[in-house]
Ligand binder design. Structure first.
Ligand code: T1G
Length: 647
């Protein structure tokens, strides 16, 4: 089956690309388009060409699976130039997304038209590279430097209406795309043609613009290399002739392709897409998920309800009394009202989302639900009481899930009728935002129930990762080791602030101590106290000393740092120095780089232990947990990838 087919509608030719799954620009497609230019230029009956794609999307870019191999002719820049120089004008008809090389092909066309919900973009920096086929040189010639910089440095696509307003496309097509594009082409050839994009001028901003842009990009990139390089390539396009700028872009693209960050981001890209469909479950049929319920309307429960509503499904909220039901519904409403405030939702959309939630205290309402997710207080008695009720009121084939983060799912499920339908689904707060979902089967969980857990992950657009049963599963177990290692450095005399600064420089949003102050030191303290009460030998931590001195973090005005009322900026605390004086050695000269290497090494060591115990099935699963649950910098690939690269 050819990936490029040509048809004719009178004097308009249609070139249809059909290269599933996303019409990526592999060699066969590049060759097919290369040949189509010659064929149609040679056909006197053809006056214009519409380029359209079959399947879910316009061309989604270069074929990322080819990146590890040497590029093969026809190279994409030359293909784009060939389309641009064609005697007959080409019109790109865009649906889905025209991304990266796909958008670059569209830029080589004389015109671009798109469906209203289509988008165009240059996401290359999310793969650790920059556009390599004229994206940074042609885009600013259409929409100006500022919009091009915004698009390419963040890598976020623009929806068609905004792309039209920016001059990136020439028309938004309502109705049938092919019909609309052919009609557009017919009208366009009756007018003088616009210049090819490469022949258009760029208004070059002054030096002050670039100084500001460089600062903003460096701040947002937090150590990722590609954003600054894509900015430099757009600057070059504004300051030197087209051909020279193209050479500069290509050199930069080729240099970045082979970097550690590009390899890391490519690995993450494919791991994220493989995660929701584990090979082991390929032949297992999940149970249908039409009616869901959540027990508990606190922060976690409300977030899970919001995630289910965002996926378009109705959901029942069960709480222990009417007041708690009202509180839970209010928590859910706050999530959607926040979306309205941020301009993500209209009032009407928020109301529709809220209307899809039914709150009640009556478990009989669960008689026909397909899945229930329990998100009540993290105490075994409270959870077991809930599952006793669920066992009595739900269908025996309804999947019953616990959102526990620290309790043993096997203990929660004890005595449950049909325990094969029980599973752990560990969401991360806020559950409607955080992508990570740890899926924790018990030994009795059936393959169908496990497959249904992954099906829920797909439905909610999560990154689901299967975990075995151990304290803290994958993520919180690594977090505990990371925090203990950080405290170990403090005991060795490394200043708390230097450790936090080191991890921020490494690429995390926050260091381990400032993050504890934000979340509260007492949560982990209570877990340690619980373990001690249960007879476990849990040595005293520095955090214990602070919590016992009522230093629980920002919420008490101080934890590892002092916080002045109204100012969330951490201040080094003399009180903490005094409290911990007996535990801390003389100041160490350990560098920030060595701090980061040591702590990431500890994360990876715990990850390796998790692999050795069979709690996780692959290093990439552990990296996905750290990236999507704990803010590990994506462009580092995760602790397993980062240390693998180092070893
Ligand atoms: N190359 C190869 N495979 C790709 C691919 C790509 N560019 N994009 C997606 N896939 C696969 C993906 O692995 C999955 O495979 C399937 O397609 C469906 O993907 C020269 C150098 C287009 C918005 O970064 O953003 O062009 O798991 O689950 O949710 O300057 O895919 O089914 O086997 O994501 O409908 C720039 C990346 C490349 C776009 C569709 N382009 N892709 O989302 O499907 S660099 C990108 C996406 C470049 C030029 C530079 C999304 C999508 P499998 P999916 P989706």
């Amino acid at each position: 089956m050819s990936v490029v087919t040509i048809a004719r509608q009178g004097d308009i030719a249609t070139v249809t690309v059909d290269n599933p799954p996303v019409n990526a620009l592999g060699l066969a497609l590049r060759q097919g388009l290369w040949d189509a230019v010659a064929e149609l230029d040679a056909d006197p009956a053809v006056r214009a060409v519409v380029l359209i794609c079959a399947g879910r999307t316009f061309i989604a870019g270069a074929d990322v699976t080819e990146f590890g191999k040497p590029p093969v002719e026809p190279h994409l820049p030359e293909l784009v130039a060939r389309i641009e120089a064609a005697e007959k004008p080409w019109v790109a008809a865009i649906h889905g997304s025209a991304l990266g090389g796909g958008f670059e092909v569209a830029l080589g066309c004389r015109f671009r038209v798109a469906l209203p919900d289509a988008s165009v973009g240059l996401p290359e920096v999310t793969l650790g590279i920059i556009p390599g086929a004229g994206g940074t040189v042609r885009t600013p010639r259409l929409c100006g430097v500022e919009t091009a910089v915004d698009m390419a440095t963040a890598g976020k696509p623009l929806r068609a209406p905004k792309a039209l307003a920016a001059g990136l496309i020439d028309a938004v097509i309502e109705g049938d795309l092919l019909e609309g594009a052919v009609a557009f082409a017919r009208a366009a050839i009756e007018q003088p043609l616009p210049l090819p994009v490469s022949a258009r001028e760029i208004a070059a901003p002054d030096a002050a613009f670039w100084t500001e842009a460089e600062k903003a990009v460096a701040k947002a990139a937090k150590g990722a290399a590609a954003p600054a390089r894509v900015l430099a390539s757009i600057r070059k396009a504004a300051e030197v002739p087209f051909t020279e700028a193209m050479d500069f872009e290509r050199e930069t693209f080729m240099a970045l392709r082979g970097t550690e960050q590009a390899a890391a981001l490519r690995t993450v890209f494919f791991a994220e897409r493989a995660a929701p469909r584990p090979a082991a479950l390929r032949d297992v049929q999940p149970l249908p998920l039409k009616k869901l319920a959540v027990i508990g309307g606190g922060t976690m429960g409300a977030g899970i309800i919001a995630a289910i509503r965002d996926a378009g499904l109705p959901v029942i909220l069960i709480e222990r009394d009417d007041e708690a039901v009202a509180r839970g519904l209010s928590n859910v409403a706050k999530v959607f009202d926040g979306g309205v405030k941020r301009g993500k939702l209209t009032e009407a959309q928020a109301q529709t989302l809220k209307d899809g939630v039914t709150g009640t205290t009556d478990y009989a309402a669960l008689v026909d639900v397909d899945m229930v997710i329990e998100a009540v207080f993290e105490e075994i008695g409270v959870k077991r009481a809930v599952f006793t009720q669920l066992g009595e009121h739900c269908r025996t084939d309804a999947v019953l899930a616990t959102n526990t983060s620290y309790l043993d799912p096997r203990t929660i499920a004890e005595g449950l009728p049909n325990p094969s339908r029980f599973i752990g689904l560990h969401f991360f707060s806020p559950a409607n935002v955080m992508k990570l979902l740890e899926i924790v089967p018990t030994p009795e969980t059936s393959p169908e129930t496990l497959a249904t857990g992954f099906a829920l992950g797909r439905l909610l657009k999560k990154i689901p990762v299967q975990s075995g049963i151990c304290e803290g599963f994958i993520g919180n177990r690594i977090l505990k080791r990371y925090r203990a290692a950080a405290e170990g450095l403090v005991r060795k005399g490394v200043p708390i602030a230097r450790i936090d600064a080191a991890m921020r420089s490494y690429g995390l949003a926050m260091g381990p101590f400032e993050a504890q102050d934000l979340g509260g030191l007492d949560i982990a303290y209570l877990q340690r106290e619980g373990a001690r009460a249960a007879g476990q030998d849990v040595p005293e931590t520095l955090g214990d000393i602070l919590v016992r001195a009522d230093r629980k973090g920002q919420k008490t005005g101080g934890g590892w740092y002092d916080y002045v009322a109204g100012d969330r900026k951490p201040q080094v605390s003399a009180t903490v120095t005094e409290l911990l004086a007996a535990q801390i050695g003389p100041e160490s000269a350990m560098s920030e780089a060595d701090v980061a290497t040591a702590l990431v090494g500890e994360m990876a060591a715990e990850g390796q232990a998790i692999l050795n115990e069979g709690i996780a099935s692959s290093p990439t699963d552990i990296d996905l947990v750290e990236i999507h649950g704990y803010g590990f910098p994506r462009w580092r690939g995760g602790p397993m990838f980062a240390t693998r690269a180092r070893d």
